[in-house]
Design a binder for this molecule. Structure first.
Ligand code: M6R
Length: 610
């Protein structure tokens, strides 16, 4: 986790670094800090808490200079304190780091024995001392970083500056993300593309085992052992405005409203409406592979795992392939049986989630074909895979994932249609209906947004003080119930549980009483009647029923305390529509409670620790 940024050029760097950190703050917000070289010396300012605390500290102690580095922290080693905040300084050196140095304890013991004064509890400060020791042996900053990293084991993206080499930032990467930005007379680095996006769209996505020297004249990339590398320069088509709030109070609210656009972009050029099919070149799977695989394994965490659960319904029903869904964080704790006849799909917004990345690599080592369904171009999971299918949701900044969830299920539905057509399990008419349905989906999503917003806000006002909330669904509505509960708990801190509606009677029904709102998803699909029975069971035990049902369902209206309506749609498309009121409900409850919606406590957007 943690976000890092760096700048070298001719402009005052502190505002650029703070701006970059603002875009990276979703990665961690326990503390933040800058180190800026003023031409003579390096000056450091750090503050505990959100970035605004650092900004306040900078008002009192402004940092002037055109070379600098900045960090926003999600604490791993050492509690949240100013001493443990980055940048860490040793002698001439200041370092920022995202990752975990696994052998920091023996290195610390050795450095202390040699007389180093280590002041923090962090693994990062060890790097500063190692680099400083090499500089004191007479090495340049670049050589010192290279030699220091030979001793280090673990994950890192680091940026280092040195007092006696004022116009230079040296960076290196292993297993943590690092992007370099090429400007005119200036160079940038950041943990993610949005950090550099307002300044340049020309980026280098660094590979593991590489380092680079950034100056105002450009960027020189080498391997860690010094071999020159000719890196690929990518031009990013995300616009800087995509990483702004655009008038919305929070990124999460903006991203909820961006979903129709995100789906349009994710579908663009991939639907073959004439033939009721998916364009083969766009999907990342050859027809041979589509017909030869015997099983699909979906790997993901959190919200992406809920998308995987929806995807399983699609793939089993349309392509008739056995499909398993794995929590990537648990996959590695088993001796999972996986092999060359499996197609493994690793699903991740960030493409950097360590649990998903490691699980995907294990599956690949065991011979499975690996497809990455990710949002961030060139991310670690995309690079590890045999093929990529990008969701084109644009940068997602709110910690609670929303637009990437619906973009992921759009990707999975396209994959299922593609597989079903190739495998002969999906008939022409159904395929045509699905492709047409997908084409019209963005407009239906817009209708749900405008049609439910006010009502959901009033429900949020009515139920914001609930202590527990249950979410029930059946079929594809079950993962949507799980997702509704996850959204509510992660941003409003209300205890919420999602259950398969049919499971209620096996235990959870004991939880229901008049103080427990029960959100029941009863859209008109093949499961609606059974779910209505579950709704009535919950009502009979005194639960307050908030139903989400298809327009015109009078029975649902008469049996519920509150009713949110969505338009009629093919059952495969209902998850896209059902999830919107649940996202809005979580958002409005959290906002009314005054929590930090975009940066909820204890969380980080990208989880790069196990
Ligand atoms: O970047 P990923 O999709 O791999 O992230 C997986 C989870 O960490 C993520 O979905 C998390 O659960 C979100 N905070 C949920 O809103």
């Amino acid at each position: 986790m943690c976000g890092i940024v760096g700048y070298v050029g001719n402009r005052e760097c502190a505002p650029i670094l703070v701006d970059g950190l603002r875009r990276l703050e979703y990665r961690g917000y326990d503390s933040a800090g800058l180190a800026v070289h003023d031409g003579q010396r390096i000056h450091v300012v750090r503050a505990v808490g959100k970035l605004r605390m650092l900004e306040e500290a900078l008002v009192g102690s402004p940092l002037l200079g055109t070379t600098g580095i900045g960090h926003t922290r999600w604490a791993t080693h050492g509690r949240v304190s100013e001493t443990n905040a980055h940048p860490h300084v040793a002698g001439e050196i200041a370092v920022i780091h995202n990752g975990i140095i696994e052998n920091h304890l023996p290195l610390r013991a050795r450095l202390v024995k040699a007389g180093a004064k280590i002041v923090s509890d962090t693994d990062t400060e060890i790097i500063a001392h190692l680099v400083d020791a090499q500089c004191r042996q007479g090495h340049s900053l670049e050589a010192a970083v290279r030699l220091a990293l030979k001793e280090v084991e673990g994950a890192y993206a680091i940026a280092v500056i040195r007092q006696s080499e004022p116009q230079k930032v040296v960076v290196a990467k292993n297993a943590s993300p690092l992007v370099l930005g090429l400007g005119e007379g200036e160079s940038f680095c950041g943990s993610d593309i949005p950090a550099v996006l307002p300044y340049t769209r020309r980026v280098i996505i660094m590979e593991d085992g590489q380092m680079a020297v950034l100056t105002s004249d450009g960027i020189r990339v080498t391997t860690l052992d010094g071999t020159p590398v000719e890196p690929a320069v990518k031009t990013i088509d995300w616009s800087p405005a995509m990483a702004e709030k655009s008038g919305f109070k929070h990124f999460m609210l903006k991203e909820i409203h961006e979903q129709p656009r995100a789906i349009e972009d994710t579908l663009r050029g991939r639907l073959d409406r004439e033939n009721g099919d998916i364009v083969p070149e766009e999907i990342g799977l050859s027809p041979e592979l589509a017909t030869s695989i015997e099983r699909v394994v979906l790997l993901a965490c959190g919200t992406s795992h809920h998308a995987a659960m929806v995807g399983r319904y699609y793939i089993e029903s349309l392509a008739r392939l056995p499909t398993v869904v794995e929590l990537a964080s648990e996959f590695r704790n088993r001796e999972a049986v996986i092999g060359p006849n499996d197609l493994v799909i690793a699903i991740s917004q960030s493409g950097e989630t360590l649990d998903t990345l490691m699980a995907a690599k294990i599956a690949k080592q065991r011979g499975a074909k690996l497809l990455a369904l990710v949002n961030v171009m060139g991310s670690a999971i995309a690079r590890a895979a045999d093929a990529e299918l990008y969701t084109r949701a644009g940068p997602e900044i709110g910690v609670a994932s929303t637009k990437c969830f619906t973009a992921q299920i759009a990707g999975l539905l396209m994959l299922a249609i593609y597989l079903g057509k190739r495998r002969g399990t999906l008939g022409k008419e159904r395929a045509e209906a699905l492709v047409e349905g997908l084409a019209h989906l963005p407009q239906q999503m817009r209708d749900v947004l405008t049609g439910t917003r006010q009502l959901v806000l009033s429900l949020a006002r009515r139920y914001m003080d609930a202590r527990d909330v249950l979410f029930l669904g059946r079929g594809t509505s079950y993962p949507i119930a799980l997702e509704g509960a996850l959204k509510l708990k992660e941003i409003s801190y209300i205890h919420a549980e999602g259950y398969a509606a049919g499971e209620m009677k096996h235990g959870p029904i004991a939880l229901i009483d008049p103080n427990v709102p029960v959100v029941v998803l009863v859209p008109r699909d093949e499961h609606r009647d059974k779910s209505m029975s579950n709704l009535q069971e919950a009502k009979a035990r005194g639960g307050r029923i908030l139903a989400v049902a298809t327009e015109g369902d009078e029975e649902a209206r008469s049996l519920s305390d509150e009713l949110v309506e969505i338009p009629a749609a093919l059952s495969e498309l209902l998850p896209f529509l059902l999830v919107i009121p649940l996202q809005l409900f979580a958002y409005y409850v959290a906002d009314l409670k005054g929590t930090d919606v975009d940066q909820p406590r204890n969380l980080a957007k990208t989880v790069t620790v196990e």
